[in-house]
Ligand binder design. Structure first.
Ligand code: MCN
Length: 791
């Protein structure tokens, strides 16, 4: 029923460009991050990591390190095994035929990627701990390694895991291969593209950290950590890793400085921190260095793909066929299996009505950092493939790429639309968003300018990409059917206190998205209050009983949906109290600006904040009603939401130097009803920057020894603000019918859109040089090489 269900008591908070309430403490240094927290007697953990990509672990001698001043203890993988804890880092997503090798906190038999945790030093100071790392002597028997997902499967190399001799973790198929073969046979033309999507390093501003405090007397573990999902961390740590019931673990995510996916996962490091505290009975803190983050935070992407598109001469897309090798890294991270399978293959229809789609994904173990979801996860990779295919298809047909897109768009009256890739899109007005974007740049005129400039030997490129995204994976039953070991629901508590102010306790966990502001806006709208009356608490499993967390652009739709439902229940309880005290039937009450008043008698009224006070006094409540004014809500939406939009980039490419200048960047996004336009715009800005980063600058590289070459900020290029243009943003609003407030997610949209947009723009500029595709990152060197023969 969309946001207009709030007609009853509307306060105007929903939809307002309210400044982020969380920013003042963050900007003035009042925000507490994990590393800011200190407990009496805190010790410090440093982790010795393998410098081999693949090697048998012969011996680990810790004696010299143990003898150093300030060292409290040094532990090896054998010590963890001997402690008797379950010692498993579990996956959280099963797939048919999935090979699930053992994944331990500290290595015992082999190291499988550079950076594998081998030993742990606990010392009185961080410096003492880091110094002692050098004194641990580790003997390795090096093994041949492999870092490329295709080579891992096709070359004869020692397997990363004995359980998967061919390095294949899974072989996944989606779609109807016979129908796709038929479509290809019937189509007028078939064209294809080979592409690589390099590994991306997430680069959250705050590296991962943990502070563990095991209290021996109560046998309770308190763990502060950089988490996007404290409840999920509690669940994964409890039974599988530490052998503790959930009620003995409190996970607290204080302020978290960015995640982009990398802080979803259950890594060995935080688990080792907790385990060390349990061994020593003292608080233990671990703070990753930047290089440690580069080496151990799950990377994103790593796809090698062949895509084919079958077209009729009039531009009708008849079918799409995709084969991808997805690098999983050396171990299965929690959602590392879901990302390149269900999140990827299911989105390959993009915004288009494509009757036949088939996708095969081979998930390969390699001797590299594990790969998992990074902003856009799976959907970014999938949209990149379909948008590249549409561009090469347009070249094949000599048709304008925007026109080819337009001819295949799903039309507004076709929703809910079931794609050949097994999703049911909720709602969309794709052509409208595309028109808005093209109008912004005056597309037809721009094409004319492009022709004119080419005459002068200048190469303007116009990139257009359409995207749709599946956000907020739900319902839980569907997630379970697909292999998820977690739910798709979210939970919250909406609680009035006796002074009439409200606290929302939410199971999601912000890392910069602005939940404190937008959640307050949702509740203020429902309760007729000001956002200043509302406090939002996230990130503490002892205060917030249950939750799933923040990833997959789910917080607004699933978390916000839960809050709206809870607030409505609270409002209805307050209405019954008001009716009782005003001695009028419930149906005779209207609700406006926080006030219940009798229809036709505005002076017979009670404010919801007064009712809250009455609810806690409990002196005069309706017969049989319990005191208090709060609701706990579990919300499991009926399906995903499907944000969409069109982005356009205008670039000028200088073939002599390979330099790429971004002239304009226009983003038109549709995330349904907008809770806060300023926050949405911020999300779009950040997303574009990361999408452009992937297209032009970023990419992890491994050398011949299997060492990560890009392990520092001066070796791994993220775009600087000076390399980015002014972003021009706009939006259309198509409410989602899948949640009570009509919102769709927005946290990943722009990253998904910006990458194909940029590649499309650069390749478009190079059309006179017959360049059909360039792999990312498109550097000046790659442009220069691609145009070399023609210069
Ligand atoms: N919002 C809104 N109106 C909408 C949709 C969203 O006002 N129609 C607001 C939300 O209320 C929220 C923000 O926009 O404040 C993002 O909402 P949503 O799309 O639900 O995404 P999540 O809050 O679940 O955040 C996850 C998403 C993901 S998956 C990644 S990755 C990402 C991203 O958010 N990582 C981020 N944005 C990030 N932003 C920052 N600053 N740091 C990260 O690590």
């Amino acid at each position: 029923d969309g946001a207009d269900s709030n007609d009853d008591g509307s306060s105007g908070a929903f939809g307002a460009a309210i400044e982020r309430g969380e920013d003042v403490p963050l900007l003035t240094g009042d925000g507490q991050y994990t590393d800011d927290i200190s407990l009496p007697g805190t010790t410090h953990l440093a982790i010795r990591r393998s410098d081999h990509a693949h090697a048998r672990l012969e011996s680990v001698d810790t004696s010299a390190a143990e003898a150093m001043d300030g060292v409290v203890a040094v532990f090896t993988g054998e010590d963890v095994v001997e402690s008797g804890v379950p010692n498993t880092i579990p996956t959280a997503w099963d797939l048919p035929g999935l090979v699930q090798p053992q994944y331990r906190m500290l290595a015992t038999d082999k190291v499988r990627h550079e950076g594998t945790a081998v030993a742990a030093v606990v010392a009185e100071t961080p410096h003492a701990a880091h110094d002692a790392l050098e004194r641990i002597s580790v003997e390795y028997e090096p093994l041949e390694h492999v870092t490329d997902p295709v080579e891992a499967v096709e070359r004869d190399v020692p397997p990363v895991h004995d359980e998967a001799e061919d390095n294949v973790a899974f072989d996944f198929e989606l779609g109807d291969s016979d129908a796709t073969d038929e479509a290809f046979a019937d189509a007028d033309r078939v064209t294809s593209v080979d592409l690589r999507q390099p590994r991306i390093i997430p680069n959250a501003m705050e590296p991962r950290a943990a502070l563990a405090d095991w209290e021996e007397t109560t046998e309770k573990l308190r763990l502060w950590m950089t988490s996007q999902n404290p409840h999920l961390h509690r669940m994964l740590l409890s039974a599988g890793t530490l052998g503790l019931p959930e009620n003995r673990i409190q996970v607290i995510a204080p302020e978290v400085g960015g995640g982009f996916g990398s802080k979803i996962y259950h890594y060995p490091d935080e688990a080792v921190t907790a385990w060390c505290s349990m061994q020593l009975g003292r608080p233990v803190k671990w703070q990753a260095t930047r290089s440690e983050s580069y080496l151990t935070d799950c990377h994103g992407r790593d796809h090698v793909t062949t895509g084919e598109i079958a077209l009729d001469d009039d531009g009708t897309i008849r079918g799409v066929r995709v084969e991808t090798h997805a690098g999983l890294g050396a171990q299965l991270s929690q959602f590392g299996t879901a990302t390149p399978s269900y999140l990827y293959a299911t989105i390959l229809s993009g915004q288009y009505a494509i009757p036949a789609i088939h996708c095969r994904v081979v998930g390969a173990f390699t001797n590299t950092t594990p790969v998992d979801a990074y902003r856009g996860a799976g959907r970014a990779e999938g949209i990149y493939v379909i948008e590249r295919l549409v561009d090469v298809g347009a070249r094949e047909l000599e048709m304008d790429p925007a026109e080819l897109r337009r001819r295949n768009l799903i039309q507004p009256d076709e929703f809910p639309f079931e794609t050949a890739a097994a999703l049911v899109y909720d709602s969309g007005e794709y052509e409208r968003a595309m028109d808005v974007a093209l109008e912004h740049v005056d597309y037809d005129e721009l094409r004319e300018r492009q022709d004119e400039l080419r005459e002068e030997g200048r190469y303007l490129g116009i990139g257009v990409a359409n995207f749709v995204e599946s956000a907020g994976l739900s319902p839980s039953g569907l997630a379970g059917d697909l292999g998820a070991q977690a739910g798709g629901w979210e939970s919250s508590i909406v609680r009035f206190d006796s002074t009439g102010s409200v606290t929302i306790l939410a199971g999601t966990a912000d890392q910069g998205q602005g939940h404190r502001t937008t959640y307050a806006q949702i509740a203020a709208e429902e309760l007729g209050l000001s956002v200043d009356d509302i406090d939002v608490v996230e990130g503490d499993t002892d205060r917030i009983p249950q939750g799933m967390g923040t990833y997959g652009s789910r917080s607004a739709s699933v978390g916000g949906g839960s809050i709206a439902r809870g607030a409505r229940e609270v409002r209805e309880k307050a209405r019954r109290i008001a009716a009782h005290q005003l001695e009028t039937p419930v149906d005779d009450l209207e609700f406006e600006d926080g006030e219940f008043h009798v229809t036709g008698a505005p002076d017979r009224s009670l404010h919801i904040q007064t009712i809250a006070h009455e609810a806690y006094l409990g002196h005069d409540l309706p017969e049989g009603m319990d005191p208090g004014l709060e609701e706990t809500n579990f919300y499991d939406p009926e399906n995903f939401t499907y944000p969409f939009g069109t982005h356009v980039a205008v670039v000028e490419v200088e073939p002599e130097t390979g330099e790429i200048e971004i002239e304009r960047y226009v983003a038109v996004d549709d995330c349904g009803e907008i809770i806060n336009p300023m926050i949405v715009e911020g999300q779009v800005h950040g997303g574009i920057a990361q999408g452009i980063g992937a297209a032009l600058y970023e990419g992890a590289a491994y050398d011949d020894e299997g060492h990560l070459e890009t392990r520092r900020m001066d070796e791994y290029a993220v775009p600087h603000s000076t390399q980015l243009p002014e972003f021009e943003t706009d939006s259309t609003v198509t409410p989602s019918p899948h949640n009570p407030i009509g919102v769709k997610g927005v946290g990943e949209s722009a990253t998904i859109a910006a990458t194909p947009t940029m590649v499309s723009a650069v390749v478009d500029a190079l059309e006179p040089f017959d360049v059909d595709h360039l792999d990312m990152p498109i550097t000046p060197e790659s442009v220069w090489r691609a145009t070399e023969g023609d210069r």
